[in-house]
Design a protein around this ligand. Sequence first.
Ligand SMILES: NC(=O)c1ccc[n+]([C@@H]2O[C@H](COP(=O)([O-])OP(=O)(O)OC[C@H]3O[C@@H](n4cnc5c(N)ncnc54)[C@H](OP(=O)(O)O)[C@@H]3O)[C@@H](O)[C@H]2O)c1
Length: 241
Amino acid sequence: MSSTVGTGRLAGRVALVTGASRGIGAAISRAYAKEGADLVLVSRTTGGLEELDDEIRGLTGKSSLLVPLDLKDFDAIDRLGAALYERYGRLDVLVGNAGILGTLSPLGHIAPKEFQEVIDLNLTANWRLLRVMDPLLRQSEAGRAIFVTSGAAKGPRAYWGTYAISKAALEMMVGIYAQEIQQTKVRANLIDPGRTRTRMRAKAYPGEDPMSLKTPDEIVEPFVTLASAAFTGNGERVKAQ
Ligand SMILES: NC(=O)c1ccc[n+]([C@@H]2O[C@H](COP(=O)([O-])OP(=O)(O)OC[C@H]3O[C@@H](n4cnc5c(N)ncnc54)[C@H](OP(=O)(O)O)[C@@H]3O)[C@@H](O)[C@H]2O)c1
């Protein structure tokens, strides 16, 4: 893990991170906490969120707001937006990181239920988040939306069907949103983390030596950069490694 204290680049900023219970989302959350952000942590597993909260409290002395929810429950996303508006009146940073791989197989073999689940989480939940958080981001002095994409979105790759389709559509969504907010103080960008040592990567490449990959904590610096008020790029696709 990198240093225990940052330089306050996100001091006082309220940041919501989805998929915070492990992997890249947990590392983003740790990095944001070290830079002074107040965190809203979302994923399904309460235990993972509580462990991260303990760790962050150990690093910074501050507690995070834990929101255990299944992002496929779209009404719950709407309720979260209302709750954050009541609590903070704004949102400074939104990180749409939660994602699932689904099963790598030919398009014709994918179970319809699984296709729907991957699209619901990787695409529709991010649209529902964007839809409900957009007014809160506009209340910020420098609202920043960051969505996590993948190299799989860059072109057709056999057997990566649902996942690649969901990420390609996510990239289009963020591009459109970036154009729509161009005249506001909000900025929206994509980050492709690249090959990173997480549970998802191990599922996609079971034969790979995990020790050959960077850890999530080693790749999160661009997430800090793009979340800061100083970063004014919009509609960009940034590679983390
Ligand atoms: N690792 C890589 O090499 C790589 C490369 C390119 C892109 N990415 C992208 O990076 C992002 C993070 O992936 P990762 O590698 O860190 O994967 P991971 O270790 O599997 O973590 C996924 C996170 O998403 C959460 N999540 C899954 N389903 C959810 C649901 N229905 N509702 C709420 N949260 C849910 C998980 O928490 P719960 O299970 O507790 O809900 C977990 O915190 C994903 O968008 C992925 O596509 C990863």
